[in-house]
Write a new protein. Structure first.
Lengths: 104, 177
């Protein structure tokens, strides 16, 4: 079996169904799965540059995706660590936003 | 592989290579599942193996809990008409028995170096629709299966208080020797 590369349209459907089924799942699942689904959704969203030629790959976002993928499972071990990870990632985003807006 | 070695190696694997699992491996996993008992020996447990790539992909689209891309799925579900014949106990036992079958699969997988992960985060309505599972059935859980990628997230440490073991009375800790 050779797994096919997904195309741009499928990417949108993947993300749409992920968000839809996550919304439904969050009604029955532990509350903390909500943050997990959101951060995993962010990780998925970042790959959009692979499918939409008009969106250039962004080095910062790709690094953020890597960090998310490495850290998202922390949640199952410690909510505090997961919270700290989200806070540290937020700070990195703020630094990047400042840099992009010449506010450093 | 010795059972205790498999118990030691067993962990959730969520990232898989594209290599399909052989017929022999799938047969062994199904055998492992079917070796688990059921309450009152009732025939309510059903096991559905999914190996078709497009179907797996479709199910992944409806399963936030599937983070990688497995090459096979085993869906364990219960015929509720049969389970309900055992009253409330049947309702509970059928879920327990599905878990027992799933754990057998996970251990058999570990013993063969195959990756496995339990999944409950999926759209039940969606999965039933895709797999033509009748309305009178309840899906219990799904196992993601495949050859593990070399790179895996580090295994999780058990949380404090997990598997507290007591001896004779609640609160009297079992001291492992």
């Amino acid at each position: 079996m050779k797994q096919e590369q997904i195309e741009a349209k499928e990417f949108v459907y993947d993300l749409a169904t992920y968000l839809l089924t996550s919304a439904r799942g969050c009604m029955d699942e532990p509350l903390i799965y909500g943050p997990l689904r959101l951060i995993d959704g962010l990780s998925r969203l970042v790959t959009i540059s692979q499918y939409a030629p008009c969106i250039e790959p962004d080095e910062f976002l790709l690094k953020a995706k890597k960090r998310i993928d490495e850290n998202k499972y922390v949640l199952m071990q410690s909510e505090e660590q997961f919270k700290a990870f989200l806070d540290s990632l937020t700070k990195e985003f703020i630094s990047e936003l400042k840099r992009r807006n010449n506010l450093e | 592989m010795d059972l205790f070695e498999a118990l030691k190696k067993r962990r959730a694997i969520r990232e898989f290579t594209e290599d399909p699992l052989s017929d022999e491996i799938i047969s062994k996993l199904v055998y492992a599942a079917s070796r688990a008992s059921t309450g009152n020996n009732a025939p309510y447990r059903r096991i559905l193996v999914v190996r078709d790539w497009k179907t797996i992909r479709l199910i992944k689209q409806l399963s936030p809990g599937i983070l990688g891309l497995p090459t096979a799925l085993i869906v364990i579900f219960t015929e509720m008409d049969i389970a309900n014949e055992l009253g409330k106990l049947g309702n509970i036992c059928s879920t327990i028995d599905a878990g027992a079958a799933a754990e057998n699969v996970a251990l058999a997988a570990a013993s063969m170096g195959i990756g496995a992960c339990f999944t409950r985060s999926y759209s039940e309505a969606g999965v039933k629709e895709i797999l033509d599972i009748p309305d009178n059935c309840r899906t219990e859980l799904m196992l993601q299966l495949g050859h593990p990628k070399r790179e895996q997230p580090p295994p999780l440490r058990p949380r404090a208080g997990a598997d507290a073991v007591y001896l004779n009375r609640y609160g009297l800790r079992w001291e492992s020797k």
